[in-house]
Design a protein around this ligand. Structure first.
Ligand code: GLC
Length: 555
């Protein structure tokens, strides 16, 4: 059993806790179900806090748990200041805060400001009101083009496929950069801005330690007439890097976050925030300025091939950006939007993941053993880097993507909106296995909302706990040792003769060596503090990361 008193000795008032934190992302509907309805919930999560404390994470980030019609897994929020009834109540949330804080774990909540759900009372009011009304001006309503207005007002496209405009019965159109059930808010409207400040305070007053800001780069839009053309998504290579794109990463978005920072800083300790900002890489650091959100996700490692040169370039770039903004870097290998990293690394480099998913995960064949070996090596490398690491639930179990979910189980709007051409993200959202046998592998006494594969039995928490060499015990050990070794946020590269080996040191004589190659390399002298694979004296095995220190191990 975890000793909660030791963990809670961490300073709750340390204003810089986030700079080198390990943050564990919880997808609440898939974490633990307490009432047998097949959907994970807040009491289920609260009951697993000892597990997370035992894992050694500093914070949890909760994907949306608000009332929602689940048109986009909860990123369609109908009420920003309540809990979805199937996930619990505000009292359950408060209890979760108490239990998490009691275990020394901070809590970050996801805030979704770019769009509401179409079930949000504001949108209902907008639909019931006349074109041009104040209620419509909270969203982005326009007349259509053509003599009868039957063509969308612009060529903007939705991330989930199709046009970003949907027509309403009176003939006007509204903008949605995601699903039609996610109408975009009009952030030029002061009322919208003020309402979000109230929402931030609502959760900060309940004690949340920070916010993850969804689609942080899309709030400010150029809505001047005529609407400008933008027939591509934001990460298209031709996107301007001077803040003048009509829809994404506009300079004006930063005014919004400067205002949010005033709210964050009015608390002690100040609330933290991390931007999901898919901006051109040279501009991501703007969101992470201390006067704004303070941190921004870097998806560079996630996007890199399992390759030493690619990893080194990504690390060097992210560290330089963090230094430029005064933030600390963030590192991510998996989240609820991407194919799990154990699976990505199991596939030949360059595999089109959407196509692979459409083959039910059979073509090309995933080498799951190699994928997990590389994933563990990459995770150990990530955890040795200065800055904060963001985990996604289940990666500590070495879970693979569930690539062969039956078509009738798929829930991601991408599946529908692309007319079944892309499966989307359900394969990484399958409920966690807690027990190696029994109903839903211990996730629920009911029917899990996405079917779990038989292989989850081997990966279950109960199958790994206390068994040396398992991925779960490797993660626990990595976090325990990281806590001992982590000091200042400096990193020095040690040049290696082998292009497949990355070697860097951290203050205090902490060495991290990662061999991305398929042949063993020599391991310098030192005390081995962690290995992602087999331990062999003097050897750095292929596709393995080792942490060394220069002094005798701590007690
Ligand atoms: C973010 C979320 C993703 C969601 C989208 C729209 O990218 O991570 O899951 O679909 O925003 O809210």
């Amino acid at each position: 059993m975890t000793d909660l008193t030791v963990l809670s000795a961490d300073s709750r008032t340390d204003a810089t806790w986030w700079r080198q934190a390990v943050v564990y992302q919880v997808y609440p509907r898939s974490f633990a179900d307490s009432d047998g309805d097949g959907l994970g919930d807040l009491p289920g999560l609260a009951s697993k806090i000892p597990y997370l404390a035992g894992l050694g994470v500093d914070a949890i980030w909760l994907s949306p748990f608000y009332p929602s019609a689940l048109a986009d897994g909860g990123y369609d929020v109908a009420d920003y200041r309540d809990v979805h009834p199937q996930l619990g109540t505000l009292a359950d949330f408060d209890n979760l805060m108490t239990v998490a804080h009691g275990a020394g774990i901070k809590v970050i909540v996801d805030i979704v400001p770019n769009h509401t759900s179409d079930l949000h009372p504001w949108f209902a009011e907008a639909l019931a009101s006349a074109p041009g009304s104040a209620a419509r001006q909270r969203y982005i309503f326009r007349d259509g083009k053509g003599p009868d207005g039957s063509r969308p007002p612009s060529d903007w496209i939705s991330h989930f496929g199709g046009s970003a405009w949907t027509r309403v019965p009176d003939g006007q159109w509204y903008c949605h950069l995601f699903a039609p059930e996610q109408p975009d808010l009009n952030w030029d409207n002061r009322e919208v801005r003020d309402d979000f400040l109230v929402t931030l305070r609502f959760w900060a007053d309940r004690g949340v330690d920070g916010f993850r800001v969804d689609v942080a780069h899309a709030l400010a839009k150029d809505l001047s007439e005529p609407l400008r053309s933008k027939p591509t998504l934001e990460d298209h290579p031709s996107m301007p890097t001077d803040g003048t794109d009509p829809l994404y990463d506009r300079d004006e978005v930063h005014e919004i976050y400067r205002e949010w920072r005033e709210v964050f800083d009015s608390y002690d300790p100040p609330r933290t925030a991390v931007a999901e900002a898919c901006a051109p890489s040279s501009r991501r650091a703007l969101y992470a300025r201390p006067t704004e959100l303070g941190q921004a996700f870097n998806f560079d490692l996630l996007a890199a091939d399992y390759d030493a040169a690619d990893f080194r370039a990504a690390i060097a770039f992210c560290l330089s950006q963090a230094a430029a903004s005064g933030s600390s870097s963030t590192w991510v290998l998996s989240n609820h939007d991407v194919v799990r990293h154990a699976t990505r690394y199991a596939l030949p480099s360059g595999t089109d993941l959407d196509e692979w998913l459409m083959s039910d995960g059979s073509l090309p064949r995933a080498d799951e053993e190699a994928g997990l070996r590389r994933a563990r090596a990459a995770t150990a490398l990530m955890l040795a880097l200065p800055g904060s690491s963001y985990f996604y639930q289940g990666e500590e179990l070495g879970l693979h993507e569930v690539a062969d979910l039956p078509a009738n189980a798929l829930q991601d709007p991408i599946w529908l909106r692309t007319q079944n051409e892309k499966k989307g993200r359900d394969g990484c959202r399958v409920p966690l296995p807690w027990h190696h046998e029994g109903n839903a592998f211990g996730f629920s006494t009911g029917h899990a909302w996405l079917p779990q594969p038989a292989g989850f039995s081997r990966a279950a928490v109960a199958a790994q706990e206390g068994r040396s060499g398992t991925t779960l015990e490797f993660y626990r050990e990595a976090l325990r040792v990281r806590h001992q070794l982590q000091t200042a946020e400096d990193l020095t590269w040690v040049e290696s003769d082998d292009p497949d080996v990355l070697h860097f040191t951290r203050p205090g004589g902490w060495h991290c060596l990662s061999n991305f190659g398929t042949t063993a390399a020599p391991l310098p002298d030192g005390v081995v503090r962690l290995t992602s694979g087999q331990h062999q004296a003097g050897v750095l095995p292929p596709e393995t990361t080792v942490w060394l220190t220069e002094w005798a191990p701590l007690g």
